[in-house]
Design a protein around this ligand. Structure first.
Ligand code: EPZ
Length: 430
């Protein structure tokens, strides 16, 4: 299994181009099941998760072709017909967002059998809201032996769906199903993350009639068929925020390009409060820090546009070296402090009580072997390693590969000392 070794202490100087958003790309890929025409996705991130979903879509009938376009990586997906409506446990278990093929399969095929995803290291993550939304759209849902058996032989029917709380996945899932339903659908108390607006933009370019995505109320007028289109994946706000924090902890000056600073405004406000110099520009932002110790600040994770739960672990890494005590309140997932014991191995002083973590800033961190537990937790360890004295080795790097494209290359281009240790660590690659 690969590992990542970081030799801390190097200041970062340079430019990091941000990739397309993983959490948008995988929903856009699922949207390709809704049409028999080709969907060309540009600005595609090349990640373990997108490769993985490509394999599942191919099983369902999609032809998936990756290429290098004039503006970077592209994926062309063509599903002339659905050859199978079955998504097995082995595949859905490995990447829970695979569950979102259920809605498109139902909408286009009238039936599907998709495994329930099960739990996850960051929380129980039930899919009850997804299933209730599909039922509200007229699907008949039965659960047997870990599988969802869903049917809508006469098609789905538009409905008013009032979510009890904002769920990114359930909102996207309902949207993916409702675009081909008969009649109108209203999604109330919808999630408003930028990836939802991106999905709506793509669906609209395919001929759907979706309005209000990115707000709490989304209107969808069902259409009888969708066509192909070309759509550029929105920039990855979590990757953007992660490299912003990498630059802040290491010190120096890094320009993040091909992205949008407004997607991470809540994070940037906190970084400025902590003492980081942030300059937005039309193509992204520049992060600068020159030596001075950061101030401790408090954060509470919230739905967009609040402070993203997917940036909490990285911000905690940053605060381990701040002056004073910072408080972290995690409100989205119940088990999202798995990075705490690993940061403690590097010398961080953190205590956790329920959904709250208190971080007392220390003067320095010291490199050590650490274990990645999930995607964002693992990158927080890389961030801490950039500032730790000596070498930090992050094990179980496959978590990182799910969501960060060419991480070592992007950081090294700015002067970081980050190497991938292949396999058991004997053979070293860049
Ligand atoms: C998406 O997960 C992202 N994943 C997550 O990113 C992100 O952390 C999360 O949104 C919040 O922003 C993808 O887009 C693939 P939710 P999702 O439905 O859709 C509960 C990463 O590292 N809930 O908004 O699963 C749920 O348990 C990942 O890239 C129900 O109770 O998040 C959670 O507590 C991790 N029932 C809360 O709602 C449901 O049916 C919000 O989850 C659905 C969700």
């Amino acid at each position: 299994m690969d590992r990542i070794a970081i030799t801390g202490g190097a200041r970062l100087q340079g430019e990091i181009p941000i990739s397309g958003a993983k959490n948008s790309a995988i929903k856009l890929m699922a949207a390709s099941l809704l049409t028999d025409e080709p969907l060309r996705l540009t600005n595609m991130p090349r990640l373990a998760d997108t490769r993985f979903l490509g394999k599942l879509l191919a099983r369902l009938g999609a032809e998936v072709v990756e290429s290098e376009g004039p503006d970077g990586p592209e994926t062309l997906l063509t599903t002339r017909e659905i050859v199978s409506g079955f998504a097995p446990y082995e595949l859905v278990r490995q990447m829970r967002a695979s569950f979102n093929v259920l809605g498109p399969l139902l909408a286009r095929n009238g039936q599907a059998k998709v495994s329930l995803p099960g739990g996850c290291s960051i929380g129980a993550r039930p899919v009850d809201l997804h299933l209730k939304a599909l039922e509200a759209l007229g699907a008949k849902i039965d659960l047997h032996e870990g599988y969802v058996y869903a049917q809508a032989p006469r098609g789905l029917q538009g409905a008013v769906i009032d979510f009890p709380f904002n769920s990114v996945g359930a909102t996207e899932h309902a949207m993916l199903a409702a675009v081909l339903a008969h009649g109108d659908t209203v999604l109330e108390n919808a999630a408003a993350e930028p990836e939802l607006a991106d999905l709506a933009d793509c669906l609209n370019a395919m001929g759907a009639k979706v309005s209000g995505a990115g707000t709490r109320t989304i209107h969808i007028q069902g259409v009888s068929r969708l066509s192909g289109t070309t759509h550029a994946v929105v920039p990855d706000r979590i990757e953007t925020g992660t490299y912003a924090m990498a630059a802040a902890i290491a010190g120096g000056e890094v320009r993040l390009t091909r992205t949008r600073s407004d997607f991470i405004q809540a994070l940037l406000d906190k970084m400025v409060e902590a003492g980081v110099d942030v300059t937005p520009h039309s193509d992204g932002l520049t992060i600068k820090r020159n030596g001075a110790r950061l101030n401790a600040v408090e954060i509470t994770t919230e739905q967009y546009p609040g402070f993203a739960t997917d940036l909490q672990a990285q911000f905690m890494a940053l605060m381990t070296l701040a002056d004073g005590e910072s408080v972290f309140r995690e409100t989205i997932f119940e088990n999202r402090f798995m990075h705490v014991p690993e940061l403690a191995r590097l010398g961080a002083d953190i205590s956790v009580h329920g959904g709250e973590a208190r971080v007392r800033g220390v003067a320095s961190l010291e490199g050590a072997q650490v274990m990645a537990t999930d995607l964002r937790a693992s990158v927080s360890l890389v961030i801490a390693g950039l500032a730790a004295q000596g070498e930090t080795v992050v094990n179980r790097v496959y978590h990182l590969d799910r969501g960060f494209e060419r991480l070592e290359e992007k950081l090294c281009a700015c002067g970081a000392q980050v190497r991938r240790l292949k396999g058991d660590g004997e053979e070293e690659v860049e």
